[in-house]
Ligand binder design. Sequence first.
Ligand code: FEO
Length: 135
Amino acid sequence: MALMNWDSKFSVRIKEIDDQHKKLFDLINSLHDAMKAGKGKDALGKVLTELVDYTVYHFGTEEKLFQKYGYPETAAHKKEHDNLKKQAGELKSKFEKEGGVITIEVMNFLRDWLNNHILKIDMKYGPFLNSKGVA
Ligand code: FEO
């Protein structure tokens, strides 16, 4: 069973963003599958890098929308993104330093941060951006 399953409760009602969130779910599931299959450092590292890079790209997409439409909670949201980017960078360094191991604790951490960020933080901009005609 997949570690993360997207359903409508995760929808922020903006197609581009929902598609990006779905891709993040897929990347976390790919990493989980690779871990379970006992893949080596190179294979795991490749998925982990893709996940971290796509996360940075995704945060950039949201921040551009915030800037374009003057979202009033931009600063607080961007701070959350900066914290998550820092944590992702630390996770990657730890992975490199500790011989390329991904544990179930790491997977649970990734699952929880994506869940919490979408449901508690991203969800707030949905109605604002919808009111500006972004859907
Ligand atoms: Fe979907 Fe704020 O990240």
